[in-house]
Write a protein that binds this ligand. Sequence first.
Ligand code: NAP
Length: 293
Amino acid sequence: MTAQTIDGNALARAIRAEVSGRTAALKARGVSPQLNIILVGEDPASQVYTRHKVNDSTETGLGATLERYPADMTESALLDRIDALNRDPSVHGILVQLPLPRHMDAGKVIEAIAPAKDVDGFHVASAGALVTGLPGFWPCTPHGCLKMLDSIGYDLRGKHAVVIGRSNIVGKPMALMLLQRNATVTICHSATADLKALTRQADVVVAAVGKRNVLTADMVKPGAVVIDVGMNRNDEGKLCGDVDYAGVAAVASWITPVPGGVGPMTRAMLLVNTIEAAERACTAAEGARPTAT
Ligand code: NAP
């Protein structure tokens, strides 16, 4: 079997087009959706990521402001800035780019963001909403993975999904989303005794580890769908995932590439969360406005 590729770039393009339409519709209601991104320090990768996020937003008509602060910014100054953004009705989404400098408590900073503006979906309230099935913002990376499965019309009901990795931003929320779609979910991690025995049973494997070749062809059931979240560098310094792409593609039915897979979808789902936040704020404001009699 030679797997078909789930093209994250094409899917992300389609999602951006949809967000453009929703942005135009919201502007027609008198609201300009606005995302503020906070970058503290000079981390080179963070500078690239935040630039992409601003460019993506601008392309879809969303307003995006990159707020840059020096690495020695105090935590209380950052909390004050987040508080001001929380109270600013013209700002609909707030994103604090991680990692933060060591002297800051990232958990405390994320908890300072108003859940209604938590477009990264990292706040405890967002995590709780996902666990309980209430409306809230879903973390962009696993949400993008789910959209990729939807894009091939994959029905997760009754399927066995194995998620490798249990981070709060990828593995755990991914497992909850798959569970919500009625998959039977197994979560694996560094202490999992026999990873291969579990992945061999899986109809869907999501690899979110951060190590090359965590998933090889002998670990995959023929016809399985494989989603590769990992971002690593190979010996030539090129971007690669957690999955041995060539080997696994010979066994799986569908596979996501790296680059061009989950990465662009993560970026696209941030735009979806931002327009969603702005739409909810607009609807709430319209509902609060006194009606003419
Ligand atoms: P993380 O916080 O480091 O979590 C990695 C997880 O992998 C942990 O749960 C760890 O287990 C588990 N693990 C480590 N070695 C393992 C092994 N040999 N077998 C099974 N599980 C193992 O990383 P993350 O933030 O979730 O990110 C994972 C990867 O996705 C990274 O490469 C990251 O760069 C990438 N990523 C990509 C995107 C994108 O947009 N494409 C977005 C986010 C992240 P323990 O919990 O037991 O330590």
